[in-house]
Ligand binder design. Structure first.
Ligand code: SF4
Length: 444
């Protein structure tokens, strides 16, 4: 805490522009330095400009090994953490220890709107708030409507509970034979390993439990009870580790969990659901991937929201995971004004495919209390799938699903391609809205 206070004081009072500028020159200095980055470093203002991204793309092509952090993030680090080295910044434990968790710290980084500031001051005990310095570097300083900013900075709209919303819309508590374990589907379980996340998404389905240190479901004793339950149910062949975010656990805890599950002979696959590769990519260390590799088959679904999240840091994290033989998928919540647009999602999905991440689920936003400002109409999701299917690689088209309130599970929704049957003829509509028929003449 004392260190944190010192850091805030340093950030607010002792920021030296000259030091930061010199550090920035050093960051990109050698013969591969793109010319406009040199020019930038000689100016008196250390402000981000999208033009720098063009230079960075050249650096990426010429010397990919050095293109490990975008100009935006580098400038942010130099401006707000001038005494923090690149090595320290890239230490995931430092990122966790220095999460931004209150209005005082946040207002050193963003110009907060009145609404944001009021909620952060008055309702912080209701809605846990936290972001990593790395993720803060991606946010727009001035614009409260900035897509990534809206996903992590609280707003007054969260205080409004609308019709049909509830704290546990998926009724997970009712399908929990043991605290922290959800057994809804016949052959698989959801293992909620922790209530901790490095960032708290404002639309989180489990906002009833994440970030509440009072939540008792995540003790070692409960893990043991969950493992005993899984052991005694031979029909369970698939365990999904989620939370909170399981990749915020220590290497030792993760290894304990994975090895305990691997000892159970009927467990065929282990899946991990995480947003860490996006909000804390530094966590994907060589040591972590070595651990994960030991317990194959391990699959991972990564929570992406917007193409701006696919940074050099995230690309490196995905590459490490893929190279460790972990098949990667993505899951994305459809959010009003953030990603409810064909072009935005197409851009995200194309970037994911380039990074060997297969778009897997697009979720209709769950009706969690205080989430109406994030929810689109269901038709919007179907319209987006229609705008993707046929117009781009099939791998880039996720399943659009509603997780049915009350515990009905995931229900896929599709545009209406099947138009009916006439005798032995199936009527079909293709992606261009043209009608076709299929002779369904196979005899039984
Ligand atoms: S990372 Fe997942 S569990 Fe954590 S707050 Fe975001 S949506 Fe919720």
């Amino acid at each position: 805490m004392q260190d944190q206070k010192i850091l805030i004081a340093e950030r607010s009072n002792e920021f030296s522009h000259e030091t930061a500028k010199a550090n920035l020159c050093e960051e990109y200095s050698d013969s591969d330095e793109p010319p406009s980055l040199s020019a930038f470093a000689e100016t008196s203002e250390l402000t981000y400009s999208p033009l720098l991204d063009t230079s960075f793309e050249i650096l990426k092509e010429k010397c990919p090994a050095r293109a490990t952090s975008s100009p935006k993030t580098t400038i942010f680090r130099k401006n707000h953490y001038p005494h923090i080295s690149r090595e320290t910044w890239n230490d995931w434990k430092w990122q966790l220890q220095n999460r931004i968790t209150n209005v005082e710290e946040l207002s050193l980084i963003l110009r907060l709107s009145e609404d944001e500031e009021t909620v952060l001051r008055k309702a912080h005990h209701i809605f846990p708030f936290s972001i990593t310095p790395y993720y803060a570097s991606l946010l727009d300083i001035d614009d409260p409507a900035h897509p990534l900013r809206r996903t992590v900075i609280p707003s007054g709209a969260e205080l409004v509970k609308s019709e049909g919303e509830s704290d546990d819309p998926l009724d997970e508590e009712n399908d929990s034979p043991v605290p922290g374990l959800v057994h809804r589907y016949p052959d698989r379980v959801l293992f909620l390993t922790t209530d901790f996340c490095s960032n708290y998404c404002r639309y989180c389905t489990r906002s009833r439990m994440v970030g509440r240190s009072s939540c008792s479901a995540f003790s070692k004793k409960n893990w043991e009870m969950s493992i005993a339950y899984i052991e005694s149910h031979p029909e369970i062949r698939d365990v999904l580790l989620s939370g909170g975010d399981p990749l915020t656990l220590s290497d030792e805890s993760l290894e304990w969990l994975l090895s305990s599950l691997r000892k159970i002979s009927h467990i065929e696959i282990i899946r991990i659901g995480s947003k860490v590769p996006v909000v804390l990519p530094q966590r994907i260390t060589s040591k972590l991937v070595k651990i994960l590799k030991r317990y194959h088959p391990v699959w991972m679904n990564i929570h992406f929201t917007h193409p701006d999240e696919v940074t050099p840091e995230v690309e490196i994290a995905c590459r490490k995971l893929s190279n460790a033989g972990i098949p990667l998928g993505s899951q994305t919540v459809l959010l009003k004004g953030i990603n409810d647009d064909v072009e935005i999602l197409r851009s995200l999905y194309h970037q994911l495919l380039k990074n060997r991440v297969r778009p897997y689920y697009l979720y209709q936003c769950d009706p969690i209390s205080g989430s109406s400002h994030f929810r689109t109409r269901v038709e919007k999701g179907i319209e987006i799938i229609k705008g993707l299917r046929g117009f781009t690689t099939g791998f880039a088209v996720p399943n659009f699903v509603i997780d049915a309130p009350g515990g009905g599970g995931k229900i896929p929704l599709q545009p209406q391609y099947f138009q009916g049957v006439e005798g032995n003829t199936v009527m079909l509509r293709n992606y261009e809205d043209k009608l076709f028929t299929y002779p369904d003449t196979c005899t039984e």
